[in-house]
Write a protein that binds this ligand. Structure first.
Ligand code: SF4
Length: 325
């Protein structure tokens, strides 16, 4: 296996124009604003942050569903930011997508056989017997009995079964990267761990790269090896998952961890440490560190003026915060 990164993202920006009366440009929503990272082959990572931090826009940009406003997305050595037509189609075959809402992701008028056959047909697998072989194999891989589900329509499946079909559809073209955007947040609590464990097991067996998008720091230790914390369109902290959860350095990450419900009475006081306030406007983000209006440690005249670069105060641990200069 090559040591080169599977995916290199450099200074990626995804901005959405705001228009008045349909034509007058009045600003931009900077959903992703200067994001850089690399993903190795075969690793599982998670992007965490509050809603509106840009993680889903980042996922959709990597999937080719949003066109970047700037920066580079290099996948297997090829810049994919400007791909179109057949080249974009080939790229999308190598990147699988597991959506948040399985029912919304599955066209209601297609049964499972047709749902899984469609991407194969679109990508040129015209031999019916070969399609049937691949469909049955991928259903078994997601722990569904082909004979029980092939003829069923999405409304005839449970939420957990629907998400297994979504995962099967993401896998059927043998992608090298899977992006799972809040893959269990709409499922019953009883099946969440099952689905996350299934994704992780398939990732290991296939040696896939798996990128989870999640707001759930409580479970991420079990399903990811590396963590990226996003705030207001940027990555503010990144490290191997145990290192980051055991030694959070950015005040925002510390606040997220303090917000995790903890039944231990000794930790109840940590709840009061969560900085008040809302994430900032992405149309006019604050100058300097974007977290400074909520940060209990903000340094006046510095944090509100100068943007912190990604610093490395501990081995393999990056943080964008002036406290760690
Ligand atoms: Fe807080 Fe300043 Fe660090 Fe930003 S750079 S997180 S405002 S201390």
């Amino acid at each position: 296996m090559s040591d080169a990164p599977l995916l290199e993202v450099r200074d990626l920006r995804t901005w959405f124009e705001l228009r008045q009366w349909g034509f007058l440009r009045v600003g931009s929503v900077r959903a992703v604003d200067g994001v850089s990272f690399e993903l190795a082959r075969g690793e599982a990572v998670a992007f965490v942050g509050e809603s509106g931090c840009g993680k889903s826009s980042l996922a959709r940009t990597l999937l080719g569903l949003h066109r970047p406003s700037g920066g580079e997305v290099v996948f297997e050595g090829q810049d994919v930011a400007g791909l179109a037509g057949a080249a974009l189609k080939r790229y999308r075959a190598r990147v699988g997508y597991v959506q948040q809402d399985p029912y919304g992701a599955l066209p209601p008028f297609m049964n499972v056989r047709r749902l899984l056959a469609e991407p194969l047909i679109v990508h040129g697998v015209m031999d019916r017997a070969e399609r049937e072989r691949r469909i049955r194999a991928v259903l078994e891989e997601v722990r569904l009995a082909p004979e029980e589900v092939l003829h069923k329509f999405p409304h005839m499946l449970s939420g957990g079964q629907q998400q297994r079909v979504v995962i099967a559809r993401a896998l059927i073209l043998a992608p090298h990267l899977i992006i799972a955007d809040e893959p269990v947040s709409m499922l019953d609590a009883s099946v969440r761990v099952e689905i996350l464990s299934l994704l992780r097991q398939i990732q290991r067996e296939r040696e896939l790269t798996l990128a989870f998008i999640t707001h759930d720091l409580a479970t991420v230790r079990h399903f990811a090896e590396r963590l990226f914390v996003m705030y207001a369109g940027r990555i503010v902290e990144q490290a191997p998952v145990d290192e980051l959860l055991d030694h959070p350095l950015h005040p925002y990450t510390q606040a997220l961890l303090a917000a995790i419900a903890d039944p231990d009475a000794d930790n109840a006081s940590r709840q009061r440490e969560i900085p008040p306030g809302e994430p900032p406007s992405l149309v006019k983000p604050p100058a300097g560190c974007r977290f400074h209006p909520r940060c209990p440690h903000a340094i006046a005249g510095h944090c509100d003026r100068d943007e912190p670069p990604m610093l490395a105060p501990r081995p393999g641990h990056g943080v964008a915060c002036w406290l760690h200069e």
